[in-house]
Design a protein around this ligand. Structure first.
Ligand code: TYD
Length: 220
């Protein structure tokens, strides 16, 4: 039996990474593998995941790159996160479900902190108040070279491209931010080389999950 970081019975997994790293595809694969085991899985995302947070998402991810300052973004991201935690994540963990979230607080540390320049002490103070003990049990960081990721993201051609348009230097800073965070908190983080085939990436992610959650290795 593995010990869970938060107070509750469920398991909380976050997927993180820069633009175009293929997170969403891998999230879908992991969610269906966990469901095949008969587990209750809540698949969700940030910014968003609850009706109030999705309304904030729309403000955050559309429009000009300069529409919001990094500080305004940080506060809105955590406003959305607070609602998401209260309405979706904590109730799911409390009833023992697995929560798989496409982006979580490390995106704020990377995009608003490392990329945008909001100070780490302020971010950690807000995080301690909002996320508190509902920290992810496992964070999968999907890492790939910035240029390749931006090319992949641009080929999607969607309108939620406000952060994509921030320039290569910004994206290099946030890639470094994810990697430094993962190195600083090694127990709960796994960095996956995302510049490979979908199948190779999926296999590594499943191995990471099986290591983090030994209960996945027996049965099913
Ligand atoms: P997402 O839909 O996951 O974008 P993508 O599919 O391109 O990975 O997330 C939307 C954008 O929001 C993404 O550019 C990253 C940004 N973001 C932040 O800047 N801070 C945050 O805290 C979160 C959760 C996301």
């Amino acid at each position: 039996m593995s010990t869970s970081f938060h107070h509750s019975r469920g398991r909380f997994i976050a997927f993180e990474g820069g633009e175009g790293a293929g997170k969403s595809t891998q999230v879908r694969t992991i969610v269906s593998r966990l469901r095949d085991r008969g587990l209750e899985v809540v698949q969700t995302r940030e910014p968003g995941g609850s009706p109030g947070a999705e309304a904030l998402r729309n403000l955050l991810v559309t429009g000009d790159a300069g529409r919001w300052s990094p500080m305004s973004e940080l506060l809105m991201m955590y406003a959305a996160r607070s609602d998401h935690l209260e309405k979706i994540i904590r109730p799911a963990l409390d009833r023992g479900a697995w929560v798989v979230c496409d982006r979580f607080a490390d995106s704020s540390r990377a995009y608003q902190g490392a990329g945008g320049g909001v100070g780490p002490y302020f971010i950690e103070a807000v995080d301690a108040a909002v996320v508190a003990d509902t920290q992810p049990d496992l964070v999968v960081v999907m890492d790939m070279p910035v240029e390749a990721g931006l090319k992949r993201a641009a080929s999607r051609g969607d309108t939620e491209n406000r952060f994509e348009s921030k320039g290569a230097a910004f994206h290099e800073r946030l890639r470094d931010g994810f990697l430094r965070r993962a190195a600083a908190v090694p127990g709960r983080y796994r960095v996956i080389d995302a510049d490979r085939t979908i199948e190779a990436i999926a296999a590594d992610i499943w191995t990471a999950l099986a290591e983090a959650f030994p209960e996945l290795s027996h049965g099913g």
